[in-house]
Design a binder for this molecule. Sequence first.
Ligand SMILES: C[S@@+](CC[C@H](N)C(=O)[O-])C[C@H]1O[C@@H](n2cnc3c(N)ncnc32)[C@H](O)[C@@H]1O
Length: 297
Amino acid sequence: MDISIEIDPDYYDLQRDDYADTDFASCTSDEQQFESLEAGHLLCILLDAHTENPLFQAPVKDPKQILDIGTGRGNWAIDTADMFPNTTVRGVDLFPPPGDWLPPNCIMEVDDVLQEWTWRQPFDLIHILQLIGAFTPVEWDGLFSQCYNMSTDSSMVQFTEAVFRAGQEWDHPLDTLDTMRAAMEKAGFVDIHEKRYRWPVGPWARDPTLKEAGRLHYHQWTAGMEGWGMYLLTKFGVPTPWTKEEVQVLLAGVRKELQNPHVHMWQYARRVWGRKPMAEEDVKVKSEAVVIGDSGI
Ligand SMILES: C[S@@+](CC[C@H](N)C(=O)[O-])C[C@H]1O[C@@H](n2cnc3c(N)ncnc32)[C@H](O)[C@@H]1O
């Protein structure tokens, strides 16, 4: 794509008045900074004015939740809230915005986006404008990771991630499935085998046995998830414990997804087994260890 800009042949004849509304001399006051930022915002809109939506190009048609990071005076957040009256647009900044008027669907929050995010709901769109130089490379990486991790609107994924984080916080991690084989090896078990499964949740599988397994697994989830989630999230929710109501709202979303015939959920499962070494194997292993020790002396 050619993005070069042709120069206006009359440019050199322009009067200096053409720059009258732009002050290059000093940018010291907040007001001047805000003016500069507003000019930048308008510039972006102007250059995309011929498009269907000059405020953003991401193909998000019916957003419910939008976040504007480092919103400043909130120019973009306010315009976007006006353009999408049924959307909640949140602007977040270290400082409160100077103005006091906001569209009813625009919320301004004071927070540091480099800290762990406390928003529970995912965003359909996360926007960043004119934050050049705001962060170190490591901070940018962390920020984009947090944006990425907020991008799912699946209640099941949110639930699973939240309970895993809570399990870690409690120091009772929920990744036993992945760690048990190594733990058995460490304890001395030998001849270790494993079998992996995909357990469907709900009767969506064609195979009759998997269909029945899916029914049982659905029952296991719907009967168990409140117990699993409520304790973990209200006691060890990250970064702060959840309220009961917050857990219930998320569980209602999980239930809805589990009942949606277009959602074909499954869970990974693993069976691991091993045995203690026979007496003679044990002796051999021990004597080998001695030989190795001896040879090192
Ligand atoms: C140059 S301004 C851009 C404002 C706005 N995006 C715009 O285009 O008009 C950068 C903004 O980022 C905010 N900011 C910088 N670090 C931040 C952080 N860690 N968390 C939240 N906001 C931050 C600053 O307070 C400032 O208002």
